[in-house]
Each structure stands twice: as structure tokens, then as C-alpha cells.
Design a binder for this molecule. Structure first.
Ligand code: GDD
Ligand code: MN
Length: 387
């Protein structure tokens, strides 16, 4: 493998939030440095919320001792702020890597899994790798039954309430391609940043790999009743987020269909206008030659179609001369194109597929009407097709 390619592909940022991790921070940094992914540039970014136990000065001292190529440690100190998810987000903001790893600092997440996660990102071309406690091969060590139950309950809520398919959406240990977060607005409530990512990113490929979770030996978990309450709040917000997304999608399709229905109603009214005018101009009152009368019928019906569609179907109430005449020109052009489409479809179906003429005619009219609608929606009235 070409080494230049490796470096540009493997810019890794490991994000570690800390709050009162004095006993754990140096051992975890040491262990990470012993388990660096191959052929890569790795930076560790620690976000410490002004831990009173002196975590940050331990990090400052540790930083001075590092002498490993392609490896660096930096520290973000936040004052007057707490929160795991927001800490992780501010770490990601500072990260320079294209691949991001998120992990805890309390040695629950073994660093030797990191190279496996990066390898999985590369080998499977996926976007997110979750180190999972709930797939075959995974083990949880040292958790009391109560904590196991909370975790399983939270996981069930996410899976049934939010339709998440992954086995461990609560994992605090995962890696992803940075670009998948582009354009996402986070609520960042409480602990569950991965859950929020899973709900808000669309169309990404996710892999899970098993690992052995070991409960912390030193210090204490910050997960308390308020974090559980935050969890419920976060799930509720994410549920509402999903619901409003679904509602917008539904509204869009209804709008599309209702506009199509209006467009076809106008078309049908045009047929009527066409016949009435063509007949009227041929009567003794006007006394046109019948083909001339028919031309008048066609022109009048095209014009009435245009204005009805402008006012009613597409609700465009701006009638400046230039705008309206341009639109009219395009409308007539697309209508003639529609006629051509219809003729071609009918010809093709009858000649190539020996289809019964009336059936070919129906199909021809339907295809032409639909293409007419879409072309006019997009180009005459400048709307998005699916709006
Ligand atoms: N900066 C910052 N600010 N860091 C924090 C804060 C905070 O307010 N609260 C916790 N942390 C850090 C801890 O120092 C630790 O490195 C990591 O976040 C996880 O905190 P723990 O208190 O050890 O959490 P846990 O072990 O109960 O929860 C873990 O497992 C959960 C799955 O059951 C975490 O990995 C969660 O993310 C995960 O969902
Ligand atoms: Mn922990």
C-alpha cells in the first residue's frame, strides 16, 4: 500500500471526556500510546470540565513526557460547564482527523480495540463502527445487576421508541468518519451522543464489533438519577424529531399529489373548453372554417389551462408582463412537447409491442400528462419536483 495514501486516510482524533479521573487518566493515555493504529497520525483530545481532583494538571505533566512520532495529546479545559455530550462535541470541533474515535477515560474501554475499529472502518468501508457490549463475543465485567438492567432498559427504549436497529446504541465507545456529522444540529443532552448521531445521520453504513467492557476500578461513575432523567428527555426529543421529519415527508408527498390532481383537473377542463370553443367558432354566428375553428379552440384552451394552473395549481399570484409571458411561452412549449411524447409512446407501443390501440392511447395520455406536469412544475413555475 502506498504510504502517502495511508497518512491522508488515517488522520485519527481520539476524543476523551474527563471529570475527576485522576487515577485513570495517565494509565489510559499510556495504554492508548501502546495501541496506536498503524500508519496513522493520531491525536488525543481530552476535554476536562475543570475536575477538582487535578486531572488536568496530570495531563499537562504527561504531555511533556511524550516522545512518540505521529502522536500528540491536547487538552481542552472547560470552566463552569458540565456534560458528557457537549464535552464530546467540543472535542470533535477541535479535532483535525478525518476519523474520530470516542471513548471513556476510566479504562472501561480497552484501547487495543481502537486499531480494530479503524481497520473495520477501512475494510468494510462503513461510516460508523460501534464497539458493542451486546453482540456475540462481547463481555461485560464487573457491572452490578442494577446497572445491567438500566442499560438493557435504555437500550430497549431506544430500539422500540426510536426504531434503532443497532445492538448497542448506548455505547460510549465508537468511531466514525467525521464528514457524516456535516449539517447536523445536536441537542447534546446528557450522555447519549451516539444515539443522537444514529437518529440524525441518514443512509450511513454501521458495523459493530464485540469487546470486553470492564467496569472502572478507580473513581466513580457520574451516571446518576439526573442522567437517567436526561436520557428520557433526550429520547423524547429524538422521538419528536423523527416524528416531525416523517410529517414533513408526508406533507410533501400530499402536496405533490394534490398539485398533480389539480393539474389534471385543469387539463380535463381544457378538453371541455377546447370542444366548446371549436364548435362555437364553426357555428353560423362566427362561421369559421372547421379547422380554423379548431385552431382557435386549441389556443383558447391552452391559454385557459395556463392561467388556471398559474393561479390555482401552482398558486403563483405574480402577474408582471415579463414573468407571465415567459411562463406562457414555456407552458406552450412543454404542452407541445407533451403532444410529441404522447405520439411517440403510442407509436412505440402499437408498432413495437403490437399493443391494442385504445390501451396504448390511455398509456400515452398518462405518460404525457405526467411529464407535462413535472416539466411545467420544475421549469415553468420554478418549483422543486417533490415539493
Ligand atoms: N468532560 C466531562 N464532563 N466528562 C464527563 C462528564 C462531564 O460532565 N461526565 C462524565 N464524564 C466522563 C468520565 O470522566 C468518563 O471518562 C466518561 O465520561 C464516562 O463517564 P462514567 O461516569 O464513567 O460513565 P458510565 O461508565 O456510567 O457510562 C458509560 O457507559 C455508558 C453505557 O452504559 C459511558 O461510556 C456512557 O457514554 C455510556 O453510554
Ligand atoms: Mn465508566
Amino acid at each position: 500500500m502506498n504510504s502517502r495514501r495511508n497518512v491522508s486516510e488515517n488522520q485519527i482524533s481520539i476524543i476523551i471526556p474527563t471529570y475527576n479521573e485522576a487515577e485513570n487518566i495517565c494509565p489510559i493515555l499510556e495504554s492508548i500510546s501502546e495501541n496506536l493504529p498503524k500508519n496513522s497520525q493520531t491525536e488525543v483530545i481530552i476535554i476536562d470540565d475543570d475536575s477538582p481532583d487535578g486531572t488536568s494538571s496530570l495531563i499537562e505533566n504527561y504531555k511533556k513526557l511524550i516522545q512518540i512520532p505521529h502522536y500528540s495529546v491536547s487538552l481542552i479545559k472547560r470552566k463552569g460547564e458540565r456534560g458528557l455530550s457537549t464535552a464530546i462535541l467540543s472535542g470533535i470541533e477541535k479535532a483535525t482527523g478525518n476519523l474520530i474515535v470516542i471513548m471513556d477515560s476510566d479504562l472501561s474501554h480497552p484501547p487495543h480495540v481502537i486499531p480494530q475499529m479503524i481497520e473495520t472502518l477501512h475494510n468494510t468501508k462503513c461510516d460508523i463502527v460501534i464497539a458493542s457490549r451486546y453482540i456475540k463475543g462481547a463481555v461485560i465485567k464487573g457491572w452490578p445487576i442494577k446497572r445491567r438492567m438500566i442499560s438493557k432498559g435504555a437500550r430497549k427504549i431506544a430500539q422500540t421508541g426510536l426504531g434503532i436497529k443497532t445492538n448497542d446504541p448506548m455505547s460510549g465507545f465508537f468511531a466514525f468518519r467525521r464528514h457524516i456529522l456535516n449539517g447536523i444540529k445536536f441537542d447534546a443532552i446528557g450522555y447519549k451522543i451516539l444515539l443522537e448521531i444514529l437518529v440524525k445521520v441518514k443512509g450511513v453504513k454501521i458495523e459493530e464489533i464485540p469487546y470486553t467492557f470492564i467496569d472502572r476500578k478507580y473513581g466513580s461513575s457520574k451516571l446518576d438519577a439526573s442522567i437517567i432523567f436526561d436520557y428520557c428527555r433526550a429520547v423524547w426529543k429524538l422521538y419528536r424529531y423523527g416524528k416531525s421529519k416523517r410529517a414533513i415527508e408526508k406533507q410533501t408527498s400530499v402536496r405533490f399529489l394534490s398539485k398533480a390532481a389539480r393539474f389534471f383537473t385543469v387539463g380535463a377542463s381544457g378538453v371541455l373548453v377546447n370542444i366548446i370553443i371549436s364548435m362555437f367558432f364553426e357555428t353560423e354566428i362566427v362561421n369559421f372554417w372547421y379547422l380554423h375553428a379548431n385552431v382557435v379552440g386549441i389556443l383558447v384552451s391552452m391559454t385557459s389551462n395556463f392561467f388556471l394552473n398559474k393561479i390555482w395549481t401552482f398558486e403563483d399570484k405574480i402577474f408582471t408582463f415579463q414573468r407571465t409571458s415567459f411562463q406562457y411561452g414555456k407552458f406552450i412549449f412543454f404542452s407541445s412537447l407533451g403532444a410529441l411524447v404522447q405520439l411517440s409512446v403510442v407509436f412505440y407501443l402499437v408498432e413495437e409491442h403490437t399493443l391494442w390501440y385504445p390501451l396504448a392511447l390511455i398509456l400515452g395520455v398518462m405518460i404525457a400528462a405526467m411529464s407535462n406536469f413535472i416539466l411545467n412544475k420544475k421549469w415553468t413555475f420554478n418549483e422543486k419536483i417533490w415539493d
